[in-house]
Design a binder for this molecule. Structure first.
Ligand SMILES: [Zn+2]
Length: 416
């Protein structure tokens, strides 16, 4: 069986023929020359219609999927057309290539699919190509996917921020969190009003007006944009973020008190208590649980803050918004009397956002923002996989590529 027979089976295009396959002079790669089929006019890349020929450019090499340890190149001399419709001399378009990219579309899709399983660096090494070519491949596939995806219908949105480099650099991630469809919809630089508004520019007012639920944390710019753009949607404040904030507050209290006790030369009972206090009790090992019980006997600010935090967890067990509201009010009243400033700060913030928190119960817990949390964890894994250069563009492509469930370009054959 000849190589050309195989190519004709898996990578055939009307209007072109494989002419000849041979080894390169160094014997390391296979070069397959391609020619236009006789009588097939070139297609203008400006208007995508046949046009009359003008001249032919020097041969170009298009890298194809490597084969048994040999690199494979398609060799082709692009024609130029004198296009009446476009009124100019323009290079033809070829079905296996994408503009000036040096890889064939089939190879780009192949690399991009591997780049979802391996890191980009590993992908480049596995196929003896460069990181830049893997980048090109993913960019090609993601660009196609974004241009061809269907956005509507979207019922539920989740928005969250993610830190992406040392220093405080954040991305805004917008997810669709419908029960039957969870995916990343949009990535914005920073976590500002402008960056989140960018998402609504992309989806347009009509789609935004049909959104029923929005989950977010208490980040002020997000709250403002949601009020403005999805005023009809039920806005659910993110349960996980509330818990996380409370843990931060408790940790502040503990650190402050622990330092003070050390300065005053008292027994360091709070030493190494951090995780005892931050984990839920049922996640502790027996020995840790005993230590915690022991610690709770002391009349410390840290202990009082801990008990407030633990008591707050009951909120999520309520089913009725009214009872949840009563509980929340009572918890805030108690906390405001605690004289523990970091906890009081939380109580004040919860009072301000009371209605948004109760929306969680109004939505009958249908849309647990745990979905958002899960997606964000995946996003962090994607970013950790070390995609070489942590520029915004690289992260953007990597995240869309692994989380956006984008449609892929059509292919003549499933190479992978
Ligand atoms: Zn044209």
């Amino acid at each position: 069986m000849e190589l050309i027979t195989i190519l004709n089976r898996c990578h055939r295009f009307r209007g072109f023929v494989y002419h000849q396959a041979r080894f390169s002079s160094d014997g390391k790669s296979i070069e397959v020359s391609v020619r236009p089929r006789k009588g097939s006019p070139a297609i203008c890349s400006g208007c995508h219609r046949p046009a009359s020929g003008y001249d032919q450019l020097p041969e170009r090499r298009f890298e194809f999927i490597p084969f048994w340890g040999f690199l494979v190149f398609l060799l082709y001399s692009m024609r130029r057309v004198d296009c009446g419709r476009c009124g100019a001399v323009i290079v033809e378009e070829v079905p296996w290539g994408d503009g000036k990219r040096t890889l064939t579309k089939a190879y780009m899709l192949y690399l991009a699919r591997w780049a979802r399983r391996l890191s980009w660096k590993e992908t480049a090494e596995a196929f003896r190509t460069s990181w830049d070519k893997v980048f090109d491949a993913v960019e090609h596939v993601v660009t196609f996917g974004l241009a061809h995806r269907t956005l509507a219908p979207i019922d539920a949105l989740g928005v969250d921020e993610i830190q992406y480099s040392k220093g405080h650099k954040y991305l805004t991630l917008v997810y669709q969190i419908d029960p039957g469809m969870t995916r990343l919809l949009w990535i914005g630089r920073e976590r500002t009003i402008e960056s989140f508004q960018g998402f609504f520019t992309v989806i347009g007012d009509e789609l935004a007006s049909k959104i029923v639920f929005v989950c977010s944390d208490m980040w002020q710019p997000y709250l403002r944009v949601i009020r403005e753009k999805c005023s009809q949607a039920l806005h659910i404040l993110d349960r996980f973020h509330i818990v996380a904030k409370m843990n931060l507050a408790l940790d502040d209290v503990r650190a402050e008190e622990s330092n003070r006790m050390r300065r005053e030369g008292r027994v360091p009972i709070l030493k190494k208590s951090r995780w005892l206090l931050l984990r839920r009790e049922h996640n502790l090992k027996d020995a840790q649980r005993f230590r915690l019980r022991d610690l709770l006997r002391y009349n410390l600010r840290t202990v009082r803050a801990y008990l407030l935090k633990e008591a707050f967890q009951q909120l999520w067990d309520y089913n009725s918004p009214a009872w949840a509201g009563k509980f929340l009010d009572e918890w805030c009243r108690q906390t405001m009397r605690s004289r523990i400033e970091p906890m009081k700060k939380i109580a004040r913030s919860l009072r301000v956002h009371r209605e948004l928190i109760l929306n969680y119960f109004r939505a009958q817990k249908l849309l647990s923002s745990g979905v958002v949390e899960g997606l964000n964890d995946k996003a962090k894994v994607t970013m950790r996989k070390a995609y070489g250069f942590r520029t915004f563009r690289v992260l953007e492509l990597a995240l869309y590529h692994s989380l956006a469930k984008l449609p892929e370009p059509e292919t003549t054959h499933d190479f992978f």
